[in-house]
Design a protein around this ligand. Sequence first.
Ligand code: ADP
Ligand code: MG
Length: 342
Amino acid sequence: TDLKNADLRNLAELGQGNGGSVMKVEHVPSGMVMAKKIVLIDAKPSVRKQILRELQIMHSCKSPYIVSSYGAFLAEPNICICMEFMDKGSFDGIYKKIGAIDIEVVRQVAHAVLEGLMYLYDVHRIIHRDIKPSNILCNSLGEIKLCDFGVSGELINSIAHTFVGTSIYMSPERIQGAEYSVKSDVWSLGISLIELALGRFPFSDPSDSDDENYSDLEGDPTQPSPAPSPAHSDLAKTAKLASSPDSGRTARRHSRRKSKGVSLDGGGMTMSIIELMHQIVKEPAPRLGPEGRFEKAAEEFVDACLEKDPERRKAPKDLLAYEWMVQAAQSTFDLKEWAGTF
Ligand code: ADP
Ligand code: MG
C-alpha cells in the first residue's frame, strides 16, 4: 500500500497507551476514516525496515474477529499503523462509560476473543500477547474484534524503554518468566471477562465490603501519591505502564491495605504492582462472582480460563466447546441494538 502521513487528516485522539497514541484520521484521497496508531520506536533503520516487513502479516489477517489493517509506514521517529476504525471504542472505555457489562455481552466478548485467538494461531501461528479490555473493540454494527496482537517481535523489542508484555493481565506462568503460549492469552481473557462483568478490575481485597467501585480513592488526601524517586524509575515505569489509571488506583488501594515487608517508595504504586504480581502467582485465581449472581455455565467457563496451571488450562479451541460458548454461538442476543444504547 502507499499510505502516507501527508494523505491523513487528524480528526480526534482516540487514546494513549504504552507505546504511543491512537488518532482517528481521514484518508483524504479516499474519504475513508481510519484509526492511526503512532508508535515511538528506538531502533536502527535496518530494524525499522524489518518491523515494517513483519507488520505486513497484519495485512493478511482477515477475520470477522480481527481489526483489519490498512498498512503501516515510517514517519521518523515513529511507526504508524493504520487500521479499521471501531466507532464504539474499546471495552475498557465502554464499561467506564456505562458500568458493568451485561453478562450476555460478556459472553459474546468471550466468544469473539476465542474465535480471534484461534484464527491468529491456527492460520498465522500468532499469539496475541496483550489481551485486555482496551484491545477488544466494538463498533455500531455490534461487531467485536481484537487489535494490537504481537505480529512483530522486532517491534516488541524496539518500543522505546517500555516493558511490553508486563501487564496486570499477565498469567502466573508469564510473571514467573515462562514462554508465552496461547494459554497465557486465555488467562488474560479470564481476567478481562471478570473486569467487564463486574465493571472493575478483579484484583482487590475480597474482604472489603465497599469494593463495588474504587472511586473512593479519588481526591483522597490520605493517599500516598505515586511519585517514585528517580532511582526506582525503571520499576516505576513498569508500574505506570502496566496499569491503566483505574487499575492503578486499585493497586494503590491494595497496597495501602495489605502493605507489608519492604517498600520501595513508601507504599505507592511501584511496590503495589509487585505485590499484585505476587498475589497473582501465590493466591487462588479470582472468580466470577459473587456466588449465585451469574449462571453456573459462566462461572465454569471463567474458572477454566483462570486455571493457574498452564498445563491444565484449556486452549481456545477446547473452551469454544464449553456449554457457555456453545450457547453464545446460538444466541440471538442483538449486539447491534446493544451497541446503539450508548
Ligand atoms: P491501550 O490498548 O494500552 O489502551 P493503545 O495505544 O493501544 O493503548 O490504544 C489507546 C486507545 O485507543 C485504546 O484504549 C482504544 O480505546 C483506542 N483505539 C485503539 N485502536 C482503535 C481502533 N482501531 N478504533 C477505535 N479506537 C481504537
Ligand atoms: Mg491497545
